[in-house]
Design a protein around this ligand. Structure first.
Ligand code: ADP
Ligand code: PAZ
Length: 326
């Protein structure tokens, strides 16, 4: 194999056989050359709109080959669908959307990665309609979290209406043409009442959230139910050193303090008045009491369940990509 680390020769130097293929950045970026469609000007403009910090060379080197690989999976899943229907002698019903789960810590870059992949995947003509749904809409509203004593556990598995989220994914994979998800607003720090996000006739649905790779829970009667991840056709885990993620969280908090927190409608207007040092202390407190423990206890343990792991360095550049063997 000419590309990067061979299987079993991972970044940790281990020579044990492993069920993963690991490609370092250089090897992965080489794949970009075999991706025939370069980005169009319109796409570059759209991607720039996602945030001035996004490095477009990084998009070309790393995210474009990922989108091509994903497109390959989508295409082959369609082929398998047709052949299965033929084997079962069924009049081929339309295939269900291809569902991609995207997991990782708060502030690791899930939303950014999801939006880039959404744009890039929509570029391939075989599947133009790519929907993106975040799981925060399925958090219990603040009033309910307060009632359950979970306001300081936002983002932990128990802070979500897991049944509703599972129902949503089951509906998508059942082939329902239109599905609706609740919406979360980061400004008010709460679920928006009476407002839904509608997903219509998607070819691909990206479901992004902290806990999407959680395995099913074992119930009191000892039976194991289903988890949303049981309905994923592919999954991505965005990964980085915990210390780096904490820095990104604090920096984002400081940036929000200068922008969104000043909005009178924001739950965080109180933070607008904080000095820089006080804001760093507050972000650190939230990280150390909520997001850090959630990462360690619930999010990180699901990493090895992902089909693909994207490991980022402190400057957000992807250091290596780990993919499950098939
Ligand atoms: N590829 C990237 N390049 C540069 N900055 C990034 C990248 N991905 C994320 N960031 C920055 O890191 C922070 C967290 O990213 P975000 O996508 O909001 O994380 P999440 O959705 O996981 O909470 C944001 O400030 C974002 O601008
Ligand atoms: C809303 C979130 C739980 C993320 O939800 P997700 O979309 O990953 O399901 C998270 O961004 C959050 O607000 N956590 C609570 C602690 C904090 O204020 O950072």
């Amino acid at each position: 194999m000419s590309h990067g680390s061979s299987p079993g020769h991972g970044h940790d130097g281990s020579h044990e056989p492993s069920p993963y293929i690991e490609l370092d950045r250089e090897a992965w970026a080489r794949l970009a050359h075999q991706v025939e469609d370069p980005l169009t000007e319109a796409e570059i403009t759209a991607l720039r709109g996602l945030g001035e910090q996004l490095d477009l060379q990084e998009v070309r080197d790393v995210y474009l080959p990922i989108s091509r690989l994903l497109s390959l999976y989508v295409e082959k899943a369609g082929q398998l669908h047709r052949e299965q229907e033929e084997f079962l002698h069924r009049a081929t019903p339309p295939r269900t959307p291809f569902v991609i789960g995207l997991a990782g810590s708060v502030a690791v870059g899930k939303s950014t990665t999801a939006r880039v992949l959404q744009h890039l995947l929509a570029h391939w003509p075989e599947h133009p309609n790519v929907a993106l749904v975040t799981t925060d809409g399925f958090l219990y509203p603040n009033a309910e979290l307060q009632r359950r004593g979970l306001m300081q556990r936002k983002g932990f598995p128990e802070s979500y209406d897991r049944r509703a989220l599972l129902r949503f994914v089951v509906d998508i994979k059942s082939g329902k043409d239109e599905v609706e998800a609740p919406l979360y607003d980061h400004l008010t720090y709460d679920v928006v009442p009476d407002h839904k996000v509608r997903v219509e006739h998607p070819d691909i649905v990206i479901i992004e959230g902290l806990n999407v790779l959680q395995p099913a829970r074992t119930r009191e009667d000892g039976r194991t139910g289903l988890a949303v991840s049981d309905f994923f056709d592919f999954s991505v885990f965005v990964d980085a050193k915990t210390a780096d993620i904490k820095d990104w969280y604090v920096s984002r908090f400081l940036r929000l303090r200068e922008t969104a927190f000043r909005d009178p409608g924001s739950y965080f207007t109180k933070y607008g008045a904080l000095s820089r040092d006080q804001a760093v202390a507050e972000a650190t407190r939230i990280w150390d009491s909520i997001n850090g423990p959630n990462l360690a206890e619930n999010v990180l343990p699901t990493r090895s369940r992902a089909t693909l792991v994207l490991r980022k360095s402190a400057d957000h550049s992807v250091r290596y990509v780990r993919l499950r063997k098939i």
